[in-house]
Design a protein around this ligand. Structure first.
Ligand code: MG
Length: 314
């Protein structure tokens, strides 16, 4: 087994990843964004929506119709997820809130009026929610770093009101918001293990540190009710940052970095890399079989079909 025996875009560092990469090749689907983030697969029309944050819009791609603008003037959305009812959740930098586009008769539509779901904690405005995941019990977990209020590039410059950059857990059944952890300096991406006993959260505080300090790692927590406990560093990601990531049905972690999607075994071993020509922001599993990794990387959306599938069925 050599490093280049599949395609030039794949690097096998541990033979366990070879079957997952077999026959796979990276494709650039479309381009034209400034900074791509928050991709989400919609099975309703077999499309991908994602945020082009500095352009303040949400883009759409499908195999049938290619790339288009889904919405404009979206208050600088970032991460996306579907809730248990199939509604579309947005992390809104501009509104400093978690926003919901309700599905209507099973369909997410661009012209549906959004609802603000969560916008403050203990009477103070959130920072700028960055990424979001939904637990099978319906709880909505999200990160709240300050990146969307530091300037007008990816939101509205504003004063921070929260004393910490929390990971939050919103329980929609109870209508309660819980500070799940204040352990992270600047929490960013997050994803559950398949059994939801673990939550992986990235810390990207190295992004803005002028002196080279700050984190570029993924921390793993034990999930206890609405809280996160027993944090330990899972992996240091370099080059670049683990902005966003996903977990497959085996529990393997697929994370963004500067030059690739890095694939980690839950034992912490770096198994391989999917090299991408642009800096990777985030990614999601999708496709009819859930086996296609859609990669939001700077100006473009890429895809690669793997011999695995996401932990969350689309
Ligand atoms: Mg992010």
């Amino acid at each position: 087994m050599t490093a280049n025996d599949t395609t030039s875009s794949l690097r096998i560092l541990d033979t366990r990843v070879a079957p997952v990469f077999a026959g796979a090749s990276l494709r650039r689907l479309c381009t034209g964004a400034i900074w791509s983030e928050g991709p989400i697969w919609l099975s309703q029309d077999q499309s991908v929506l994602w945020s082009d944050i500095p352009n303040n819009r949400i883009l759409r791609w499908s195999a049938a119709s290619g790339m288009s603008v889904w919405r404009e003037q979206v208050e600088f959305t970032n991460g996306h997820a579907l809730d248990r009812e199939g509604n579309l959740l947005h992390c809104s930098h501009g509104l400093r809130a978690i926003v919901r586009t309700p599905q209507v008769q099973g369909v997410i539509r661009a012209d549906t009026i959004d609802e603000v779901l969560v916008r403050e904690f203990q009477g103070k405005r959130l920072n700028s929610p960055n990424d979001v995941v939904v637990q099978s019990n319906g709880c909505i977990w999200f990160t709240d770093p300050p990146y969307g209020i530091l300037s007008d590039r990816e939101g509205h410059q504003g004063r921070r009101e929260q004393p910490h950059n929390h990971v939050f857990c919103y329980d929609p059944a109870a209508g309660t918001l819980h500070a799940a952890s204040d352990f992270m300096q600047e929490p960013n991406g997050l994803a559950f293990s398949p059994d939801e006993q673990l939550l992986y959260v990235s810390d990207t505080s190295a992004a803005l540190s002028a002196d080279g300090t700050g984190h570029h790692h993924i921390v793993v927590f034990d999930v206890k009710g609405h809280t996160l406990q027993n944090p330990r560093v899972f992996a240091e990601i370099s080059p670049g940052l683990p902005d966003g990531f996903r977990v497959d049905h085996c529990g393997w972690i697929y994370t963004s970095s500067l030059d690739s999607v890095q694939v980690y075994h839950p034992d912490g071993t770096l198994l391989g890399k999917i090299l991408v020509p642009e800096k990777v922001g985030n990614l999601t599993f999708g496709g009819v079989r859930g086996d296609t990794l859609f990669i939001a990387a700077s100006t473009s959306l890429y895809s690669i079909v793997l011999n695995t599938r996401g932990a969350i069925r689309p």
